[in-house]
Design a protein around this ligand. Structure first.
Ligand SMILES: [Zn+2]
Length: 369
């Protein structure tokens, strides 16, 4: 039994509410990433004010530093980081690809070498679930074994089969108690394998299923084909979560295929590089063009950066290396994606998602940059 109530559907896009122990998550939902139990540079109240319902934290990084036990003693992750709303934790599977030089994997589990002090961290599927439960996360993710784009089909098959065996072990370790556990479908870059993996995960009665191992460098067309092949086999009455997606056009394309949840480090990473997200594309606040533009990043955006400051001032802050620049543009970029999801939910409820998506895609395409 899952706590996922669908309110409206428009084609394959749908809007729903996922109930968690720390409150509701309105979907489609974008989750900012707080890898180290903080959305970089922002106070939790500021993050909440952007309109997001849920954050992603990384159990692998937190297990290495400061350690699961310390966070447990602090009263759990919500208490520790001052965020009294839903939290989803990633298990560390993604780090098997992104940190391939510091990870080794075998059937029993994964061994990570800490980038901080070189110590070894052994994580079995059962450990991954247990660690996330000890952190007090609302949504726990299975340990999975994704592969990089360009991996041979044989290696992808081996990793997907391992992901399936691990999923069964994670499912058996499901702590219950109001916590939700999501499976992760893999399948590499083969539509048949994607469908098979999604079917397998649907059969394990998880509270939701993620589509993992995509948006890792493959062409967008491939990514969307693999997403469609996965979604077609996923249960309609459970949330579907695309791991690691955060640009407007791709988010709307995935929503159109029936995906409900997303996370991405891009909005905060871009912000620190001086790049602001707008309905008309990315705006570089480091460019000379912003030097004497006295209007806001986005006149329609209600965030503190747009309400109070000009592009010229933000460019000046970046030029001067001032940390307020990072804070304000991070705030803006997360607000931008939260508002995009809010407008998406409204469009689905009104049965005009296709028009909404076409209008937003049109603005992005006609953008000067
Ligand atoms: Zn703004």
């Amino acid at each position: 039994m899952t706590a996922f109530a669908c309110e409206a559907a428009d084609g394959d896009a749908r809007t729903a509410t996922l109930m968690t122990a720390h409150g509701p998550v309105r979907t489609p939902a974008f989750m900012p990433v707080g890898t180290h139990a903080t959305v970089k540079a922002l106070h939790p109240d500021e993050v909440r004010a952007t309109g997001v319902d849920i954050l992603l934290c990384n159990a692998y990084h937190l297990a290495l530093r400061p350690g699961i036990e310390l966070i447990e003693r602090a009263g759990g992750l919500h208490q520790f980081m001052g965020w009294d709303h839903p939290i989803l934790t990633d298990s560390g599977g993604y780090q098997l690809v992104s940190l391939v030089e510091v990870a080794a994997v075998d059937d029993a589990g994964a061994t990570f070498v800490s980038p901080y002090d070189g110590s070894r961290l052994r994580v079995t599927p059962e450990d991954a679930v247990r660690n996330q439960a000890r952190l007090g996360a609302d949504v726990l993710m299975c340990l999975d074994h994704p592969v990089a784009h360009g991996t041979t089909p044989e290696a992808a098959r081996t990793a997907t089969e391992r992901t399936h065996r691990w999923a069964e072990r994670c499912r058996a370790a499901h702590p219950g108690g109001g916590r939700l556990l999501f499976g992760i479908a893999q399948g590499g870059f083969d539509a048949g394998a994607r469908a098979e993996s999604a079917r397998f995960m649907s059969g394990l009665d998880f509270d939701g299923v993620a589509i993992g191992g995509l948006s890792v460098g493959e062409p967008v067309e491939t990514m969307l084909t693999m997403t469609a092949a996965s979604v077609a086999e996923l249960a309609r009455d459970r949330p579907r979560y695309f791991m690691g997606l955060g640009t407007d056009a791709e988010l709307l394309a995935a929503v159109g295929l029936g995906v409900d949840m997303f996370d991405c480090v891009v909005p905060t990473r871009l912000a620190r590089n001086g790049s602001a997200l707008t309905p008309d594309g990315r705006l570089s606040l480091r460019n000379a063009a912003a030097r004497d533009e006295f209007g806001p990043i986005d006149p329609e955006c209600p965030c503190a950066a747009c309400a109070g400051f000009s592009r010229a001032y933000l460019r000046h802050l970046f030029q001067s290396g001032e940390i307020l620049a990072h804070r304000l543009v991070s705030l803006h970029n997360i607000t931008h994606l939260a508002r995009l999801m809010d407008a998406t939910r409204s469009a689905i409820r009104q049965g005009r998602f296709a028009e909404f998506r076409a209008e937003r895609d049109g603005r992005l395409r006609s953008a000067p940059r």
